[in-house]
Write a protein that binds this ligand. Sequence first.
Ligand SMILES: Nc1ncnc2c1ncn2[C@@H]1O[C@H](COP(=O)(O)OP(=O)(O)OP(=O)(O)O)[C@@H](O)[C@H]1O
Length: 255
Amino acid sequence: MSSSLGELPDPAIDVRGLTVRRGGNPVLHGVSLAVRAGAITGLLGPSGCGKTTLLRSIVGTQIVQSGTVSVLGSPAGARRLRSRVGYVTQAPSIYGDLTVRRNVAYFAALAGAARSAVAEALDAVGMGEYAGRRADALSGGQRTRVSLACALVADPDVLILDEPTVGLDPVLRAELWERFRRLADDGRTLVVSSHVMDEADHCDELVLLRDGHMLAQLTPAALRRTTGEDRLEDAFLALVRSGPGGRHMAEEAAG
Ligand SMILES: Nc1ncnc2c1ncn2[C@@H]1O[C@H](COP(=O)(O)OP(=O)(O)OP(=O)(O)O)[C@@H](O)[C@H]1O
């Protein structure tokens, strides 16, 4: 695939033997995965399986017990990654007493982005018409979109998005996935978490997590092929039920 970004290391993100405890409890158990540059990787699994913890480890905000996480060839959280990695958390982190435009302009200034990038980022998430509104007068879904615009405006090479489409209507969800696809086609690397298997078909690769264990990393087509299920929701369930043997099958199908 041609990339406007030139030479990004591939894999863009390399996670090896990642073990994390939170509040004294094991949350991730020796997770290893490789995220392809210039692709959309979907991180899928039920609520509480460790998706956010894995994303935090990739961004470098999570204390990890063992294992390594490297992003674009540097250890996760390294200073040189700050402008290259964008992270949109599940709870939108924007300033309620600022307008939508000023929120995005603030992040644009931090990133040294052009002023024109602010309007572009707002249009990209369908929030252009709300530019003058205070952020504390927005709905939850609108705040999520402004949060996403704050990440997009910095034009990062790697975008880590924690459930970015939750609470959005189907039209907006479809538009955002189109946007994500264009970013990946342009060479950006996206990791998008979701607990809705319907979204998996928008991804190039899937990382399936359950109870802090990685069940499989494979394409949606390989997941269907391995399990013989057409609906990805059913395919995920079939993989879970097939246990460790299923995991082995999935690896063979992926490999
Ligand atoms: N601050 C914390 N202290 C202790 N345990 C935590 C903390 N945050 C999360 N956990 C636990 O870690 C596990 C994984 O949580 P995590 O938020 O990574 O899951 P998730 O897959 O992102 O869930 P969801 O889809 O509901 O957001 C859960 O069992 C959760 O209860």
